[in-house]
Design a binder for this molecule. Structure first.
Ligand code: DX5
Ligand code: ZN
Length: 218
């Protein structure tokens, strides 16, 4: 699949979210929305009401990344609200199969998030239940952290598992993805790239997205 770029609004201006999403709307494929509950991760961002507001104004589909303690309870509501993709974390979900199926039943792409210290092999049997795997390339919770090279072998192993399972599963990397690291991620087999500070820290966020895409395609 051609690489896709999903800028994270965690690094956008929270007082002007609609306008900041519009700035990347012609260049990006998705808008990555980091939902944090201050329990699964030590940070608090936004929830369903803000996602509902963004859904009304955004021309791009929303890629909702739920870093929350109880995704089984909340994830279906994001799909029902109209999110294009909903990621639940493997470390948090108590009934991932049921929740992933509920996300799909509500019409969204279902995705499973995996932290740096969590093995992907544990979830190989779930590849038929997901449309995407999100591999964290930092510990979740904050934007602007340094990319963890130690995750790259897992990106390779995940790509092989997907190929062996012969399922159309996208492979997303999230955390520290930038002009310095995106080529390594693409080479390892990632095809959906989240970038927060590398996009919204740039003078021209749309141009930053275009450059990242060109690097991922190279
Ligand atoms: C971190 C979030 C990421 C974050 C990435 O927990 O899941 O989506 O916004 O930000 P950068 O690209 O700055 O590492
Ligand atoms: Zn994220």
């Amino acid at each position: 699949m051609a690489p896709q770029i999903s800028p994270s609004i965690l690094s956008a201006d929270f007082a002007n979210l609609g306008a900041d999403v519009e700035r990347i709307a012609d260049a990006a494929d998705w808008v990555h929305v980091d939902v944090m509950d201050n329990h699964f991760v030590p940070n608090l961002t936004l929830g369903l009401p803000v996602v509902e507001a963004l859904l009304k104004s955004s021309r791009l589909p929303l890629d909702c990344h739920l870093m929350i303690e109880d995704p089984d309870r909340w994830a279906p509501a994001y799909a029902e609200a109209g999110a294009g993709s909903v990621t639940i974390h493997a470390e948090a979900a108590r009934a991932p199969v049921r929740t992933l199926r509920a996300i799909r039943a509500a019409g969204a792409r279902a995705s499973l998030g995996i932290n740096p210290g969590t093995a992907v092999e544990t979830y190989a049997d779930l590849l038929g239940e997901v449309d995407m795997l999100l591999l964290m390339t930092v510990e979740p919770g904050f934007g602007g952290q340094s990319f963890l090279d130690m995750v790259l072998p897992k990106v390779r192993r995940a790509r092989k598992l997907i190929r062996d399972a012969d399922k159309p599963v996208w492979l997303q990397v999230d955390g520290g993805v930038s002009a310095e690291t995106i080529e390594r991620c693409a080479e390892a087999g990632a095809d959906v790239f989240v970038a927060g500070s590398a996009v919204y820290g740039a003078d021209d966020p749309a141009e930053a997205v275009r450059k990242l895409r060109a690097q991922a395609e190279a």
